[in-house]
Design a protein around this ligand. Structure first.
Ligand SMILES: *[C@@H]1O[C@H](CO)[C@@H](O)[C@H](O)[C@H]1NC(C)=O
Ligand SMILES: *[C@@H]1O[C@H](CO)[C@@H](O)[C@H](O)[C@H]1NC(C)=O
Ligand SMILES: *[C@@H]1O[C@H](CO)[C@@H](O)[C@H](O)[C@H]1NC(C)=O
Ligand SMILES: *[C@@H]1O[C@H](CO)[C@@H](O)[C@H](O)[C@H]1NC(C)=O
Ligand SMILES: *[C@@H]1O[C@H](CO)[C@@H](O)[C@H](O)[C@H]1NC(C)=O
Ligand SMILES: *[C@@H]1O[C@H](CO)[C@@H](O)[C@H](O)[C@H]1NC(C)=O
Ligand SMILES: [Ca+2]
Length: 425
C-alpha cells in the first residue's frame, strides 16, 4: 500500500498532467484490478520523469529478441499488371485516413493508384494518367494547398515534369505540365525551397545532367525551370533536406556517370550554391536520401550505387560537413534505391534497399548510433526491383514496406507487425 501510494505521487507529478493535456480519442486510465494488479493504460506514451517508459521497454525488447521482431515479412501483391513498374509511393489520396498506393508503369506511360480498402487490401488500379511517356517516378504532395494530396510524375521520353490536381476524392485528376525541359526526366520531389509556405518542385534529369526547381507561386502555379546545376552527370535522384541546420532546405543529387552524391546549399534568396561533393565513390550513383542515422540531431545522407552494389551513408558532422563514405552493405546487387524508416519501432531509423539484379528488398537494422546489422532480406521475389518505400498500410502502428519491380510488373507490400509482436512480448 505504501509502495503504491509512493508510485502514485511520482506518476501524478510527472505524467498525469501531460495526459490531461494530450489530445486523444481513448481515455487514458489508471486502475487496480481485483487481484491488486495496477493497470496504467495510456493510448500513446507513458513518460515518467521525462523517460519514455514504453519506448525504453520496446527498445529492450527488440534488443533481447532480435530474431522475434525480425521475422520475415509476409508478402502481398497489389498489382502484377503495373507494366515495367519503376516507382512506388503511398499517401492518402481520398482522405479516408488510410494510405493508398501509387505506381509508375514505364511501358504503360501511366500513373495509377490503388485504393486502400482500410485493411491493407487494395482496389484494382485507377488510372491517373497515360500521358507520361516512359514514366520513371511518382510522388505526391498537396501542391495547391486545398487539403487534397496531388500527384507528381517525371517521365523520360517526353522530358516532362507534371502534376495532377486531385479534385477531392481521388476520382478525378487533371494533368498540369510544369516543364517539358527536363531531358530524360528521372526523378521528382516536392519541398518548400523558398520558405514561403507552399511546396515547390524539384527534378533530376539524366540526359541534360540537370537538377532544377520550379517555384510554386501559390495555388500550384509554377515558375519556369530554374536550374540548380547542369553538371550532375546523368542525374538520377534528387531530394531536399536542411543539411546545415540553418532552417532552409538544401538540395541533394545522385548522378550516375560521375559516381557523385552532392549537395547544393540554399542561399536563402531562392538561389543555391554551386555543387558540393559528398562523395565521388558511389559507382553509378542511383539514389540519395537524408535522415538522422546516428541520432545526433542533424541529417545524414544515404546513397545507393549500382555498379558497386552498395548502400552507404555519410555522417553529417554538423553544418553540412560530411564524413567519408561509410558502407552499410555491398550485397545489394545493382542497388537502385535506398530509404530510411524505423521498421522495428525502437526509435532509430533503419535503412531499406532495392536492388535490380538480385530482385531484393532488404533492410539493415540501426543499432542507434549509425552502425547497422547485416542485411536482412525481405524478399528476393521483386523481379527487377526498382523502388522501395515504407508506410503503415494496415494502420497497426508500424511501418510496412512497399516495392515496385519492373520485370514482373509488380507492386507489392510486405506486412510488418512488429507493433503487435512487441505488444505480445
Ligand atoms: C487497461 O488494460 C487492460 C489490459 O489490456 C484491460 O484489461 C483493462 O480493462 C484496461 N483498463 C481500463 C480502465 O481501460
Ligand atoms: C504475386 O506475384 C508473383 C509474381 O511476381 C506470383 O508468383 C505470386 O503467385 C503472386 N502471389 C499471389 C498471392 O498472387
Ligand atoms: C497497363 O496496361 C495493361 C494493358 O493495357 C493494363 O491491363 C493494366 O491495367 C495497365 N496497368 C497500369 C498500372 O496502368
Ligand atoms: C500563374 O502566374 C503567372 C504570373 O503571376 C500569371 O501570369 C498566370 O496567369 C498564372 N497562371 C495561372 C493558371 O493562374
Ligand atoms: C543570393 O545569396 C548569395 C549568397 O549570399 C549571393 O552570392 C547572391 O548574390 C544572392 N543572389 C541574389 C539574386 O540576391
Ligand atoms: C565533384 O565531383 C565531380 C565529379 O567527380 C568533379 O568533376 C568535380 O571537380 C568535383 N568538385 C569538387 C569541388 O571537388
Ligand atoms: Ca503494419
Amino acid at each position: 500500500m505504501t509502495t503504491m501510494r509512493c508510485f502514485w505521487v511520482v506518476l501524478v507529478g510527472s505524467s498525469l498532467a501531460a495526459w490531461a493535456m494530450g489530445v486523444s480519442d481513448d481515455e487514458p486510465a489508471i486502475s487496480v484490478g481485483a487481484d491488486g494488479t495496477l493497470f496504467i493504460n495510456a493510448s500513446n506514451r507513458v513518460v515518467v520523469n521525462g523517460v519514455d517508459v514504453l519506448g525504453v521497454m520496446k527498445k529492450l525488447a527488440v534488443e533481447s529478441n532480435p530474431r522475434l521482431v525480425m521475422q520475415p515479412l509476409e508478402s502481398h501483391n497489389i498489382s502484377t499488371d503495373a507494366a515495367y513498374a519503376r516507382s512506388v509511393y503511398a499517401t492518402d489520396l481520398d482522405s479516408d485516413g488510410h494510405l493508398d498506393v501509387l505506381s509508375a508503369s514505364q511501358t504503360n506511360n501511366s500513373i495509377a493508384w490503388y485504393r486502400n480498402n482500410a485493411d491493407g487490401t487494395f482496389s484494382p488500379p485507377k488510372i491517373i494518367t497515360t500521358d507520361a511517356e516512359s514514366v520513371r517516378s511518382v510522388y505526391a504532395a498537396d501542391l495547391n494547398d486545398d487539403g487534397h494530396i496531388d500527384v507528381l510524375s517525371a517521365s523520360w521520353d517526353d522530358s516532362k515534369i507534371a502534376w495532377y490536381r486531385n479534385n477531392g476524392d481521388g476520382a478525378v485528376f487533371t494533368q498540369l505540365v510544369i516543364t517539358t525541359d527536363a531531358d530524360g526526366a528521372r526523378a521528382v520531389y516536392a519541398a518548400d525551397l523558398d520558405n514561403d509556405g507552399d511546396l515547390d518542385v524539384l527534378s533530376a534529369s539524366a540526359d541534360d545532367n540537370k537538377i532544377a526547381w520550379y517555384r510554386n507561386n501559390g495555388n500550384g502555379n509554377f515558375s519556369a525551370q530554374r536550374v540548380i546545376t547542369s553538371d550532375a552527370n546523368f542525374a538520377l535522384s534528387v531530394y531536399a533536406a536542411d543539411l546545415d541546420n540553418d532552417g532552409r532546405l538544401d538540395v541533394l543529387s545522385a548522378s550516375a556517370a560521375d559516381d557523385t552524391i552532392a549537395w547544393y546549399r540554399n542561399n536563402g534568396n531562392a538561389t543555391f550554391s554551386p555543387r558540393i561533393n559528398i562523395t565521388t565513390n558511389a559507382f553509378y550513383a542511383t539514389s540519395v536520401y537524408a535522415a538522422d542515422l546516428d541520432n545526433d540531431g542533424d541529417l545524414d545522407v544515404l546513397s545507393a550505387s549500382y555498379n558497386d552494389n552498395k548502400i552507404a551513408w555519410y555522417r553529417n558532422n554538423g553544418n553540412g560537413i560530411f564524413s567519408t563514405q561509410i558502407v552499410i552493405t555491398t550485397d545489394a546487387n545493382r542497388a537502385i534505391a535506398a530509404y530510411a524508416a524505423d521498421l522495428d519501432n525502437d526509435g532509430n531509423l533503419d535503412v531499406l534497399s532495392a536492388s535490380d539484379e538480385d530482385d531484393k528488398i532488404a533492410w539493415y537494422r540501426n543499432n542507434g548510433d549509425g552502425t547497422f546489422s547485416t542485411q536482412i532480406v525481405i524478399t528476393t521475389g521483386a523481379n527487377g526491383a526498382h523502388s522501395v518505400y515504407a508506410a503503415d498500410l494496415d494502420s497497426d502502428g508500424d511501418l510496412d514496406v512497399l516495392s515496385a519491380s519492373r520485370h514482373d510488373n509488380k507492386i507489392a507490400w510486405y506486412r510488418n507487425h512488429v507493433q503487435q509482436i512487441l505488444f505480445n512480448l
